[in-house]
Design a protein around this ligand. Sequence first.
Ligand code: FAD
Length: 889
Amino acid sequence: MTPTTHPDSIARRRLDTPDVDVVVVGAGFAGLYLLYRLRSLGFSTKVIESADDVGGTWYWNRYPGARCDIESIDYSYSFDPEIEKEWQWSERYATQPEILRYLGYVADKHDLRRDIQFSTRVESATWDDNASLWRVRTNNGDAITCRFYAMATGCLSLPKTPDVEGVKRFRGASYYTGRWPHAGVDFSGKRVGVIGTGSSAIQSIPIIARQAAELTVFQRTPNFSRPAYNGPIAAEKKAAFATDPAAYRHAAKWSRAGVPVEPTLMQALRVSAAQRLAAYEAAYAAGDLLALGNAFADIGANPEANETVGEFLRGKIRAIVHDPETADALCPKDHFYGTKRPCLDSGYFETFNLPHVRLVDLRKDPIKTITETGIDTASRSFALDAIVFATGFDAMTGAIVAVDIKGRDGLALADKWNDGPKTYLGLMTTDFPNFFMITGPGSPSVLSNMAVSIEQHVDWVGACLAYMRERHLDVIEPTPLAEAAWGQHVNDCADITLFPRASSWYMGANVPGKPRVFLPYIGGVDRYRKACDEVVQRDYLGFAFDGAAGARCNDGVICRLQPDVAMLIDIMAELGLPAIDTLWVADARAFSVAMAAERPPGPEVGAIADGVLPGAAGALPYRLYRPAQPGPHPIVVYFHGGGWVLGSADSDDPFCRDLCVRSNAIVVSVDYRHAPENRFPAAADDGFAAVRWIAANAESLGGEPEQLAVCGWSAGGNIAAVVCQRARDAGGPRIAGQVLVTPATDCDFTRASYVTNGDGYLLTSALIHWFWDHYADPADRENPKASPLRARNLYGLPPALVVTCEFDPLRDEGAAYAAAMAAAGVSVRHLDCRGQIHTSVISVDMILSAAGARAEIGNALRQFFGTSPAAEQSALRVALLSSRAESAV
Ligand SMILES: Cc1cc2nc3c(=O)[nH]c(=O)nc-3n(C[C@H](O)[C@H](O)[C@H](O)COP(=O)(O)OP(=O)(O)OC[C@H]3O[C@@H](n4cnc5c(N)ncnc54)[C@H](O)[C@@H]3O)c2cc1C
């Protein structure tokens, strides 16, 4: 996109000289590196930190057992090769004191403390639009002005206030894991209660149990945890790092979670139970936070696949914990594995076998109140000397909105984010110019090795400021369009996973009143980095700038494809497959058969039977899918895709199964004759002959008379459309409805979607030409039997659902056919699937983001047959013209 002048730009204003170029809030991993980077770029920078030293997370969280759960080699800075050589971690997962020493060492090495003001809390930051700077105020009364304001305040830095009655009443000692006393705590001989069973509790409970006379753990939600098997760093890992640290870091930066791990494409439910178990045992033994979730590709998205890990871990808990009731209470059953942050532990579950340790399941026996002397649950009183609150954090947004941040026109960030945070790339937010967040909401942050994500954000911000300085730009702000689209993309990514189903802190669910939105970006560190880089390469796409050189805006959207579609396209590109249009037909067919064999099989149906029916010029094979419920059922006659050249009942088998289940109808998939052996109009003639025969034999097939619809994908959509016209013209058979999925409807190759989507989205315009060349002579192509859009009139056709996809070369001709039918008075719904490609809708269990479109197709068929339940009927009444296909998994 060519940068244009910002339409809303205001005449240049007075530019005051600020006290410093940048104020950074926070001196943890992020603030320290940001200071280093900005200083090295020549920006005057002041860091403000409420603690009295550096360290952030590792300054505050001094509870017993606190340590990282991403291996220290990975969870460390990469920006300074000298540090990488000088600093040696003592074990796989370093303790809090060691990490704190490390951060102190980094601060010393680069003399960072001289620009950090400690023991000072930033209370407010206000954008002064006239002077184009931020006015920052602290609890000490300092007022500092800066051109840029960056919050490196941490995703997990604002402890949540415990929502338990009577907290202040307790006369014993109270401790908060996130604000642990520096001198440490000795629990010897004490009766201790721990409230919470998240990460901090799971780390601290085994150690507290070693000291305490009695330990009572109050658990609201059991968590998945497994042994860390902490110890010396594995020799191979050490060697891999030492041999080529740059290559090691590069792999981490371009990995899914910021740790160099090769992703698998293997699916949990496509291997035997024994293979699955072996993979889980190996992952369990690895003592690695990410290993189990990475064991199979579908664990984060497929409930059944996920359940296999959940059950595996529950089995481990039952094997460790002796008392069956306690074991059962410790087994997480209310969320999918990984959708709440899993934990690594050192003897957590074993602790519950100790005679002086007990578990109180608050689901069965909730806390009534904290008293002066302990805790009262609904059924008991527990006398305690000390209570440890391991109640977590107001994650991701808490520390940001805790500062009174006001942007343009006095807009408060807390108000803007009332319904959930809105950001562009998790880095900036509209109406808050020159305001950066390090690992802000909408970035991979807490779903990644944060050291990697922090460095990536800091580098991006540093490069952005340098870019602005070079071009005499003073103000940067994301555009509303870019921000809204990023929010959409973040949700698209989350929606194809199981994560939004959990009441987790990722969803804000641990803080009463906090809006339930998915806060981090789950599309992966690698894809996220690619998006951020692309924004820069495309001249800061989605940003508006202002400065001495004038105002400019490069409005636009990054990441327009659905995330799983983008992933599929990348995988296909990596495989380096041949373009079909360069192959001989026989090879192309063999290739498409081989590709089809790799797909997930689709859902189970009641029964499948192959048969033969009379086509226009001889017998045609067909495959019939019968629903599990007893019939008779309506019938859907289905025509597969493949450009009239390729395909079979096998090629579209998963989609036919899906259609059968969703529509509760019999699906008859017809193997019409293919070109070039049988050119136009063989396929169209066979399609019509098949529909006539199936209509005439509906009852013997188990169908209901007069309850027949047609459906087809791509060239099959073309055949379905032609069949409807011919049935109308021939006075029958009666067709209750037609579903045309990304259909070919015309032989005009000049439409815009051919130009914009003709290359890069699997179906290419070259391939479409190849198909047409094999199917129909140029003289025949305008015949409505080849190009149904060319029919003289389209009145009296059956009601239709036309599905088009945004990134399909055939999009515009599908849309044109829908519009033409509607203009002729046909009842038409047009579903344009945002971010999808030609093959998305039929890619069952592969393109999960198209599951919503598949649901719409099932609903439409039920509606044609009058079998959709009332609720579905009303949902279908929603105007669908150009609406987006909701992603639903
Ligand atoms: C117990 C625990 C274990 C963790 N383990 C891992 C792990 O293994 N791997 C991993 O990737 N991540 C882990 N994390 C996440 C961790 O928070 C990040 O890895 C990282 O430390 C965050 O660094 P940061 O600089 O962004 O924020 P923080 O370290 O949280 O630092 C933010 C700083 O900002 C200061 N601050 C906030 N608001 C203000 C204000 N208004 N004025 C002044 N100062 C302010 C705070 O005092 C704090 O010092 C863990 C978190 C916790 C709590």
